[in-house]
Design a protein around this ligand. Sequence first.
Ligand code: SAM
Length: 322
Amino acid sequence: MTRDPAPNPHATEEQVQAAYQDPKLANVLYHDWEADTYDEKWSISYDQRCIDYAVDRFRVATGGTGPYPTALELGCGTGFFLLNLMQGGVIERGSVTDLSPGMVEVAKRNAKSLGLDVDGRVSDAERIPYDDNSFDIVVGHAVLHHIPDVPAAMREVLRVLKPGGRFVFAGDPTRVGDLYARKLGQLTWWLTTNVTKLSPLSAWRRPQEELDESSRAAALEAVVDLHTFDPAKLEGMALGAGAVDVRAVTEEFSAALFGWPVRTFEAAVPREKLGFGWGMFAYRTWQRLAKFDQDVLSKVLPRDLFYNVLVTGSKPADPERL
Ligand SMILES: C[S@@+](CC[C@H](N)C(=O)[O-])C[C@H]1O[C@@H](n2cnc3c(N)ncnc32)[C@H](O)[C@@H]1O
C-alpha cells in the first residue's frame, strides 16, 4: 500500500496561482491550510449539540438511525459527520477519507481523542481506495459540491457499498438557496466592512490584514465550490449511477435567510466583540427557525427553495442490477 501524502498547510504563491485553474489542487491547499482551525471556524464540536445535529440530518434523509456496522466517509474534513454519527450510535466502525491530507490527519486525531475505532486514507472521492462491497453505509457532509465529477463519485460509492448498502450525503447547497445565501452574504460583508470604517464604530472593524486574508480565502473558496444542486437532478445522478430507492430532501429556508448574514457578520467583526451571549442567541434563533422550516414551511413551499439538500439511496441488493 502506498503511503498517504503529507499535509501542506503553507502553500507557495506559485501553488496558489496554479490552484485557480485546478479545483482539486485548490481543495487540497485550501483545506490543508484550514485543517487545524476548521473546527473553531465552523463551531464544530463533538458534544451533544453536534451529535444531535448529525443524527438529525441522518434521520431527515433516511427516516431511521441504523445502526450500521461499517461506514466510509468521503470528504470527512475534521470528522464532524462520521465521528458524531458514531457517538450517536448510528455507526459502529468507520473509515474516513478526504482529498486533503491535513483534514485526514485532524479527523484521525479527533477520533483517537474520542476513543473511536476509525482508520483513514487520503483519497479522491472519484477513486476510492477500498475494495468492492466493503461497507454497509457511505456518508458525506458538505462534500458533493466540491467534487468535479459527481456521477463518477456516485459510481464509486455504489462499487464500495455492500449489496443493499445505503449512502447518505447531507449539507450541500441547492441552486436557489446558494443564490440568496451568496447575495445576502455579500451584502452583509459590504455593509459591515463599510459601516465599521466610521470612526464611532472603528472598534468593530477587524484589522485590514485580517480582512484581506478573509478576502483571499473567499477568492479560493469560489474555486473550491464547484456545484449547486437541483434536488431532482441530484436524484437523477444517483439513479444514473445505478442506485435504487433514491430520495433527495431539502431543509432550511428562514434559517438560511437568518444564518448566512449572521455568519458573515461574525466573520467581519473582531471575535472578542461577540461574546457567549451573542453565540447562544444566534444558535438558538437558528435552531428555532430550522424547526419552523421543517414543521411548517416544508409543507407549503417547493423543495427547490430550501438551502440544504440531502440525498440518500441504496445499492441494489442484487448486484446484477448495477
Ligand atoms: C466543506 S468541507 C466539509 C468537511 C466535513 N465533511 C464537514 O462537514 O465539516 C469539504 C471537504 O471535502 C474535501 N474534498 C474536496 N474535494 C474532494 C474530493 N474530490 N474527494 C474527496 N474529498 C474532497 C475537502 O478537502 C474538505 O475537507
